[in-house]
Design a protein around this ligand. Structure first.
Ligand code: SF4
Length: 381
């Protein structure tokens, strides 16, 4: 039942794990991993590079490196291996986030054909198509996304090829942007405040008069909607428009979140209706979609963001990632005193299911009277 978001209960007796109805690997990630491993298999003896991390999951990336794949850049686009060392004989895989037009051109000039090894997710390409359509209608493209994220950089590159483009990272920045639209803030300050987030030649006095919004596929749905509504309302007020005339200044688009982001977030929202002691979210620490699942959970209950079962150090200690401070912290006595312990569990779109299973097995091991995982699996079958 695709739209049934009721969580699955794994009842081990003294431990109850509520598993989100949708979690983990999405189509784009599975597709990218499959292409990458097939490329390795079909090209023995060839040098194979990945433009940057395949997806934001350390285990998957390590696995690829162990198969001889080398990373050309880090997540922020910094070169780890010089492009000068590449030859036309090399294979370069484009990750699921896609890449910029500039990098595609750079590789083409070296003689590297990327089409066959391009794992860009079709849902990312959909955002590019949407932003190009907005640009063709002469709207400035506002991209709600993380300015340094590979996907947002790629979308920015595609959008700014055809029209002025600007990245807005969150509601706080949208609120500042609105002050430039209304004229409340001096235009000169814009270039400092939005440094590295606007396209070449961006003219804040002209390029905010007609706008359209797209977003990184993995953003928080509620924030994406709030930002689009806020900007739309601002344009209505500034130019005296209503629903029948809004298109004069604001492109009529829906959000560009992908299905996996929507389904994983909806599943977590439903999961949070279940009374529980704590939540565990599994995924890579630089994964945008996973971080948003953490954000949703921590509004309701103690939440631990871990990238594998090893972070559960013992039944008294868990090492988890604080995404706001960008560091790992250890929490003691994270399991409840009273039984049964009730734990909500989910994972991000770049997290292999095996890691979720590892977390379940580790937790079950802390409860000697609990059913084993294998008993539970036999029961479900
Ligand atoms: S999270 Fe969405 S956009 Fe990203 S790879 Fe998965 S399906 Fe594609």
């Amino acid at each position: 039942m695709k739209k049934d978001f009721t969580p699955a209960l794994l009842d081990f007796g003294p431990l109850k794990i509520y598993l989100a109805r949708h979690f983990g690997f999405c189509y784009g990630v599975e597709n990218a991993i499959e292409i990458a491993f097939r490329t390795v298999e079909e090209n023995p003896g060839k040098r194979i590079f990945l433009l940057s991390e395949m997806i934001h999951n350390p285990q998957v990336n390590e696995d690829l490196q162990e198969h001889g794949v080398q990373f050309l850049q880090d997540t922020y686009g910094k070169e780890l291996i010089s492009f000068d060392q590449l030859t036309a004989d090399d294979i370069v895989l484009i990750p699921a986030f896609g890449t910029t037009l500039q990098i595609e051109e750079k590789l083409r000039r070296i003689g590297i054909q990327t089409e066959k090894y391009d794992t860009t997710c079709p849902f990312v390409e959909k955002v590019w198509n949407r932003s190009e359509a907005i640009a063709e209608k002469k709207y400035t493209v506002i991209i709600h996304g993380k300015p340094n994220h590979e996907e947002t950089r790629a979308t920015f590159s595609h959008a700014s090829f055809k029209a002025p483009a600007l990245v807005v990272k969150d509601m706080e920045q949208a609120e500042e942007l609105v002050k430039y639209i209304s004229g409340e803030k001096n235009a000169d300050k814009f270039y400092e405040e939005f440094e590295d987030q606007y396209s070449k030649g961006f003219d804040v006095t002209k390029d905010l008069q007609r706008i359209g919004v797209v977003n990184q596929t993995t953003q928080l749905a509620s924030e994406t909607q709030a930002i689009a509504d806020f900007l739309k309302q601002t344009m209505m007020e500034k130019y005296g428009l209503d629903d029948s005339t809004i298109e004069e200044r604001f492109a009529d688009t829906r959000d560009t979140l992908c299905y996996a982001t929507n389904d994983n977030q909806s599943a977590v929202i439903h999961l949070l209706n279940t009374p529980a002691d704590l939540a565990i979210v599994v995924g890579g620490y630089n994964s945008s979609n996973t971080t948003h699942l953490v954000e949703l959970c921590e509004e309701k209950l103690p939440t631990y963001f871990i990238n594998d079962e090893e972070r559960i150090l013992s039944q008294d200690e868990i090492m988890h990632f604080n995404y706001k401070k960008k560091l790992q912290e250890v929490t003691h006595d994270f399991l409840p005193q009273s039984l049964p312990a009730r734990i909500l569990l989910t994972s991000g779109a770049s997290c292999p299911d095996a890691l979720v299973e590892g977390v379940i097995r580790k937790l079950v091991g802390f409860f000697p009277s609990a059913k084993t995982v294998d008993e539970m699996v036999a029961e479900i079958r």
